[in-house]
Design a protein around this ligand. Sequence first.
Ligand code: IMP
Length: 185
Amino acid sequence: MKVEEPKEISLEGKIFEQYISSEEIDSICTRLAAELNEEYSSYQMEIILISILDGSFIFMADLVRKLNFPHRIHFVKLKSYEDMESKGEVKYILDLQTDVKNKHVLVIEDIIDTGLTIESFVEKLVASEPLSVKTCTLLSKPEVHNDIVELQFIGKEIPPEFVIGYGLDLNGYARNLSSIYKLKV
Ligand code: IMP
């Protein structure tokens, strides 16, 4: 059943307009999954997928159902954003519960803004001596992070807009929306 996707929504006194439809998100996920399947199908061992909560839970759920290589799924919960901005510091709310030494790791993120969260997490992972660490993000804001981190799999590059929906939130709200909305200015 297709859920109705309003063109505009009002949240916390702000207006957001539809930006990326659920159809476009699905085709982005399909394309990313094909790229990941091509990359990892030749690896002779399972891949450790790590989803960064909270924002990536819907993207992760859709993506993994399109993957066809052996993998195991883990979650970490990191926090750097409050309201509509990065606080410049990454808090570990739930740390990784597995050892990645001598494993291939793929980190799944919803959106890269300043790059601080993914940079800090990848740095921490590398210290545990994995065989490889690659990153996959649904959205990326290159004008904000200026490519400070190397991203291997990028769904869509967007300008420095604040977006919500499809897992992305404003103060915990709007994660359930099927499409992605941007702040209307
Ligand atoms: P970074 O550390 O600045 O790259 O921010 C990464 C995290 O901030 C993401 O995982 C999101 O949780 C949150 N974030 C960044 N940009 C947005 C946005 O436009 N909407 C909602 N959350 C965002």
